[in-house]
Design a protein around this ligand. Structure first.
Ligand SMILES: O=P(O)(O)OC[C@H]1O[C@@H](O)[C@H](O)[C@@H](O)[C@@H]1O
Length: 289
């Protein structure tokens, strides 16, 4: 793997002032990855559909999370467990990552981004020493692998999620399959639910954490997307619905109908505990059909 950008296949661009990104072009797909948050903004396989949704109203400002693409939630998910002033979904999506290397491997272009603890993260609600790597494999399939290593001298736990906004042609008829046998925690009604036995549909706000770290399939009017995780304990399914979306400044009018988040997660009660020197990888692959 080259220590920088592979000539021609990985081209530095600026999405907005102070917001550098990498345009990745391979024989089988194109993608754009923002350095802030190691945030994949787009992916489209050759002959396929744009796989990811990106809000037209996102604020391109350093330190502000992007609405759409694949936010990397780390080292906690949702609100912090006890520090209510800590930013939702952790600090990783708000800070610049660095390009560790890239390579062309057959028809896949792989880019690896890295983040280490620094003074600011050590002063945060999660003060531990760590090293994180996000490997992005851009091909006919999109592969993401978040590897976190404990570089501290004591054990710690973390949560993580690959919070993917999958593009859909509309919410009517859109379903997520594969969660029929999984119980879930519901953030809309606050309840714990028994398995529904039916696919997930989107008649309104949906915000659920399913106890299922395996395969799911997003089924829409213009095709399917298989979601193939490894190292996960949960799948979060989220769409804000019309009312909540209308109050979100970074979602354009009606645009909530253009995505469903199917998030590959390792979250409480199955947060990952690492001893010094240990590492864990959370992986997901997306395959269009
Ligand atoms: O607005 P944020 O911080 O990007 O979070 C968006 C959503 O992310 C989802 O993962 C959560 O389940 C939702 O509760 C949350 O609203």
């Amino acid at each position: 793997m080259s220590g920088g950008a592979v000539s021609g296949a990985v081209v530095p661009v600026e999405v907005a002032p102070g917001m550098p990104a990498l345009d990745v072009t391979g024989p089988a797909a194109t993608a754009r990855v923002l350095l802030q948050g190691a945030h994949v903004l787009s992916w489209q396989p050759a002959g396929g559909r744009p796989g990811l949704w990106l809000s037209s109203a996102t604020r391109w400002e350093p330190g502000v999370p992007v609405r759409g693409g694949v936010p990397v939630c780390f080292p906690w998910f949702g609100p912090h467990g006890h520090d209510r002033s800590a930013p939702a979904h952790g600090f990783a999506r708000r800070v610049p990552w660095s390009l560790v290397g890239s390579e062309v491997d057959g028809d896949v272009v792989r880019v690896v981004l890295g983040l280490e603890d620094d003074e600011a993260t050590r002063a945060s609600a999660w003060p531990h020493r760590f090293s994180a790597r996000l490997a992005v494999a851009v091909g006919r399939e999109l592969g993401l692998a978040l590897t976190v290593t404990n570089t501290d001298d004591e054990a710690w736990t973390y949560e993580a999620a690959l919070h993917t906004y999958l593009r859909v042609p509309g919410l009517d008829g859109t379903r997520v399959l594969g969660l029929e046998d999984a119980p879930w925690d519901d953030r809309v009604d606050g309840g714990r639910h028994a398995p529904a036995g039916t696919p997930v549909t989107f008649p309104g706000q949906v915000d659920r954490t399913y106890a299922h770290g395996g395969r799911t399939v997003l089924d829409t009017a213009d095709g399917t997307t298989e979601v193939l995780p490894a190292g996960a304990s949960a799948t979060v399914v989220w769409n804000p619905g019309a009312e909540v979306a209308a109050g979100m400044a970074d979602v354009g009018p009606g645009e909530h109908r253009g995505f469903v988040c199917v998030e590959t997660a390792a979250v409480a009660p199955d947060a990952v505990r690492l001893e010094p020197g240990e590492q864990h990888t959370l992986t997901v692959t997306y395959r269009q059909g």
